[in-house]
Design a protein around this ligand. Structure first.
Ligand code: SAH
Length: 244
């Protein structure tokens, strides 16, 4: 299995500099940094920089080549992105199949993903340099994505195969794990409190505690949430005692 650091995105003959900037941004959001440009029409350009937004480092690191062959130097596997299904001499995959196929490559495999021009895609000579074609299965009546959108789809699939976890730092505070004994303690507290407030009848408990355990086992509680539940139970007990 190779790594994201060994994947380069190659944009061939891009006409609109804004698409180069937007592609750099799409790559950086997914942790990809190696951008290669083959004979871009207008580059460098203020529009590319503007569209890169905070990804100007990826843009600044882009290597410009005059031919696709030069951009592929050192690559062991070359994937060509094509909106059309005409060039059937090479295997065709969807993005997910393509990233899955990377699993069998060794760790120093060097991967290129090649994207074509906005108007005409990749030429036949350029497609001949690709070992595998990738097609994003889109609406058959309108299957051509904007270049940077195609870059985003591919970059996302790569990230999902290499690094699929959601970073807990992104979903608010870090969640502190609890242990089995914390849950036992919580369920004991539930049982006592529910009796105190008169909800659980010890003579006729039916399956209440089992259901409550099932509910909270499913909830993947963290330490903070367990503390909140203890607090709620204590408040309910206090209220029940004071109204007796
Ligand atoms: N009109 C061109 C499409 C250009 S879109 C054509 O028909 O070939 C610019 C580039 O984005 C394409 O060359 C390809 O690399 C990528 N792309 C766009 N839509 C795609 C799709 N559905 N599947 C794979 N790549 C796509």
């Amino acid at each position: 299995m190779t790594s994201l650091a060994n994947v380069r995105f190659v944009l061939v003959g891009t006409t609109h500099p804004g698409n180069i900037g937007a592609s750099a941004r799409a790559m950086k959001t997914m942790g990809l940094v190696n951008l290669h440009l083959v004979a871009p029409k207008i580059y460098p350009s203020a529009e590319a920089t503007a569209r890169a937004s905070g990804a100007d480092d990826v843009l600044a690191g882009a290597i410009v080549h005059d031919s696709l062959q030069s951009a592929l130097t050192g690559c062991t596997h070359v994937f060509g992105m094509s909106a059309r299904l005409r060039h059937l001499a090479v295997p065709l995959m969807n993005p997910r199949e393509a990233v899955t196929s990377l699993e069998k490559f060794d760790e120093d495999a060097q991967i290129a993903i090649v994207f074509g021009r906005e108007h005409s895609g990749l030429s036949n000579d350029e497609l001949d340099l690709c070992h595998t074609l990738i097609n994003i299965p889109a609406n058959p009546q309108y299957s051509s994505l904007n270049l940077a959108a195609a870059v985003q789809v591919m970059a996302y699939e790569l990230r999902m195969s290499f690094n699929p976890q959601v970073d807990p730092g992104r979903i608010g505070e870090a969640r502190e794990a609890i242990h089995a004994e914390d849950l036992i303690h919580l369920y004991d507290h539930f049982e006592r409190s529910l009796m105190t407030i008169g909800f659980l009848d010890p003579e006729n408990p039916r399956y209440l505690m089992r259901r409550i355990r099932r509910l909270f086992n499913r909830a993947d509680l963290d330490r903070n949430e367990v503390q909140i539940l203890h607090g709620i139970l204590r408040a309910a007990e206090t209220k029940a005692r004071s109204s007796k």
